[in-house]
Design a protein around this ligand. Structure first.
Ligand code: HEM
Length: 470
């Protein structure tokens, strides 16, 4: 059921916590990107919404690719078409949402404006062209083409990192949220640079290290470096906003963030060198950092005034639990003397990757989209109308039942996918791919239902004025 649009009284819009947290109009009017017929509030949402729309298209494409070729998950993860599928998911969906979220959240969290909206649009264009090119090049394993498209994507990420750092610097803020945004941008840039180097190395063979060890280092730079870092900061901005809670003590959050940063630096070096004991020790340091963040999150949640979780927040937290399970699996894989590795079947790197990506990152990122997309849409579609006509609340733009089913089916798909990858059973993989695709379809329907307000805003009937006022 579509949640009813609750009209807010003209002139006194009742905004949610997230709406109230919108960045304040900047002081320097000269930097305002306001054109004729538009407003500052409406302009705020355009760029991140473009990233969210692109990410949604990639979510559909990458789950469609898996549906067409579920047997890919019974191959070794290093085979070209699996690497293509991986980049469709991670670069196409997760990184695109992450960039859109940073373009939105960095100004909100830091109380400033984005350093350069124009360069961010250049990033969007480069990403939109580069990622499909990369996925195609991986699929047909054309390393020269991969180098070109990888360069295009990396150029976009250079613009993104530079823009993010300048925005953080201009805000003058520090603390876990500011640091996590800056550090995640740095890890993303390093991942892309290492990726281009790996592609060149596959072509010219100039690095005297095992290519599989290098692949593992690059994959962890991207997945752990970018996403764990981002979550260890921005989650403490987002979850208290969504649940009306508060963070009373930042010490544990800071400790968690820095512990996992130290662990990450060591882990990447140890993975590239292919040494088991240091890999395990640094992975344990990251897990210890993550546990600090989890305890801090539990404390923040204990202060919340909104007791029931909405679907987006619930799945964001489910994703956090999935990431914890992936850490346990990763440590077991890396443990010195572990018999498991990249060969398909049994407890393998593929099983670990599925827990991390489908069981952890997907619910986290999709849950976050359920909160961010309605908010951004609301800002563009209704922000300029506030005070002039009745406007719905941002939360009324979603369909909670569709969200619950969409996110629930995506999570339910993890079990058959894991069993299929473990036992190399194609029927199970096919079943998992179908359930995942069904979940993605419902989720996409919900998001389209939200985005349609951009073109067809629904203005609720004005609430009757109280007799005393009239
Ligand atoms: C910035 C976001 C990126 C993330 C999160 C990411 C993630 C990953 C992951 C998870 C893998 C392992 C795939 C598997 O085992 O199936 C991988 C492999 C690979 N990635 Fe990326 N990647 C990113 C960007 C790039 C870029 C920009 C390039 C440039 C061409 C690139 C090139 C490669 C190559 C060549 C491999 C395979 C390495 C080999 O087989 O030697 N990646 N990446």
């Amino acid at each position: 059921m579509h949640a009813p649009l609750s009209p807010t009284a003209v002139g006194s819009p009742s905004l949610s916590a997230l709406e109230r947290a919108a960045p304040r109009p900047p002081l320097r009017a000269a930097t305002l990107p306001v054109g004729p017929g538009s407003s500052w509030l409406a302009n705020q949402g355009r760029l991140p919404l473009a990233f969210m729309g692109l990410a949604l298209a990639w979510l559909v494409a990458s789950s469609g690719l898996l549906l067409a070729q579920p047997a890919l998950l019974s191959l070794t993860h290093a085979s070209p078409q699996v690497v293509a599928l991986t980049h469709a998911w991670v670069l196409g969906f997760f990184i695109t949402v992450a960039c859109g979220a940073v373009y939105q959240l960095a100004p909100v969290a830091l109380g400033t404006t984005l350093c350069s909206e124009r360069r961010a649009w250049w990033h969007f264009g480069l990403h939109a062209v580069g990622v499909p090119g990369m996925v195609y090049s991986f699929w047909v394993w054309d390393l020269a083409l991969l180098g070109h498209f990888g360069f295009v994507v990396t150029l976009g990420i250079i613009l993104f990192a530079d823009n993010t750092w300048r925005t953080v610097k201009r805000s003058g803020r520090s603390g876990a949220v500011a640091w996590s945004i800056s550090l995640a941008a740095g890890w993303m840039l390093l991942t892309a640079l290492v990726g281009v180097t790996l592609a060149a190395n596959r072509f010219w063979h100039f690095i005297p290290l095992d290519p599989l060890s290098l692949l593992r280092a690059h994959a962890h730079l991207g997945l752990v470096g970018v996403f764990i870092t981002l979550l260890q900061g921005v989650a403490f901005q987002l979850v208290p906003m969504f649940t009306l809670g508060e963070v009373r003590d930042w010490r544990l959050i800071n400790a968690g963030l820095w512990l996992s940063q130290l662990g990450m630096i060591g882990l990447v070096v140890a993975l590239a060198a292919g040494v088991a004991l240091p890999t395990t020790l640094f992975a344990l340091a990251i897990a210890a950092g993550w546990i600090c963040s989890a305890v801090a999150m539990k404390r923040a949640l204990a202060t919340r005034r909104k007791r029931a979780f909405d679907p987006g927040t619930r799945w964001f937290l489910v994703g956090g639990a999935g990431i914890s399970s992936a850490m346990v699996a990763g440590i077991a894989l890396a443990w010195p003397g572990s018999p498991w590795g990249s060969a398909p079947g049994g407890f393998s790197a593929m099983v670990y990757a599925l827990i991390a990506i489908a069981g952890g990152l997907l619910p986290c990122i999709a849950g976050m989209m359920c909160k961010i997309v309605p908010f951004l849409t609301w800002m563009r579609a209704y922000g300029p109308k506030v005070g002039r006509v009745p406007t719905p609340a941002a939360s009324a733009l979603t369909r909670p039942r569709l969200e619950r089913w969409g996110l629930g089916l995506q999570t339910a798909a993890v079990a058959p996918l894991l069993v299929g990858a473990w036992t190399l059973n194609e029927t199970m993989l096919q079943a998992g791919a179908w359930v995942l695709a069904a979940g993605v379809a419902l989720f996409t329907l919900d998001m389209i239902g939200v985005l349609k307000h951009l073109w067809w805003p629904e203005i609720p009937a004005a609430a009757p004025m109280p007799a005393a006022v009239t």
